[in-house]
Design a protein around this ligand. Structure first.
Ligand code: PLP
Length: 213
């Protein structure tokens, strides 16, 4: 069996022992579709990319052939790229401004396609990171109610530290004040901890596909 499929099976097994609600987004950025294909053939559904242009080139035809595939945009989304990312992306994890909410609202009418959205939270309060600051979250969430968006959850990329569990717990606390069902958190280094802390989507790249060059 192809090793990427093996990796996926092993991680799925680990996760199902911890949290039966946690789904894997296989983060395939930088890898060509031929390399990813065995996981598609295996029946994997959720894939993640961080660049709109790369995803368009890689996934348009493959999604056409495999209607069950769900593509997740996990990287920063510039407002001028929104028109290219619908209907390619079924999920967008990086909603982090009113301007972007407005653009997506317009585009989903034009394309008659409503992507599922995560509000990205800057959980570590880091200057260089995207996401809504904790102090502004409540206000932001309220403001975007007017846009008729399909907001399903919260997403975070915690600071680069050894133990990220504290940030996962904070995310759960914020989620608890909303009616949002989904939590996108946890990557190759901390997906087990994320699953333990109620993540519904973990975003795993290198642990499945190997190191990126
Ligand atoms: C690349 C990326 C991942 C996957 O990272 P790995 O450490 O390779 O698992 C997850 N989330 C985001 C937002 C990413 O950009």
């Amino acid at each position: 069996m192809h090793n990427v499929v093996n990796n996926l099976i092993l991680i799925n097994k680990e996760l199902s022992a911890i949290n039966s609600n946690t789904k894997i987004i296989a983060v395939s950025k930088t890898f060509p579709i031929d390399y990813i294909q065995p996981t598609i053939d295996h029946g994997h559904i959720h894939f993640g990319e961080n660049k709109v242009q790369e995803a368009l080139e890689k996934w348009t035809e493959t999604k056409e052939k495999n209607k069950s595939i769900k593509l997740h945009l996990i990287g920063k989304l510039q407002t001028n790229k929104v028109k290219f990312c619908l209907p390619l992306f079924d999920f967008i994890h990086s909603l982090d401004s009113i301007k972007l909410a407005d653009k997506i609202a317009n585009e989903q009418i034009k394309k008659n396609f409503k992507p599922k959205l995560f509000i990205q939270i800057n959980i570590g309060g880091e200057d260089q990171k995207s996401g809504i600051p904790l102090t502004e979250f409540e206000n932001f969430h309220k403001k975007i109610e007017d846009f008729n968006l399909d907001v399903i959850g919260l997403m975070c990329i915690p600071p680069f530290v050894d133990d990220t569990e504290l940030y996962f717990k904070k995310m759960v606390e914020i989620q608890g004040k909303t009616n949002l069902k989904e939590l996108s958190m946890g990557m190759s280094n901390d997906y087990l901890s994320a699953a333990k802390n109620s993540a519904t989507y973990v975003r795993i790249g290198s642990k499945i596909f190997g190191e990126r060059s």
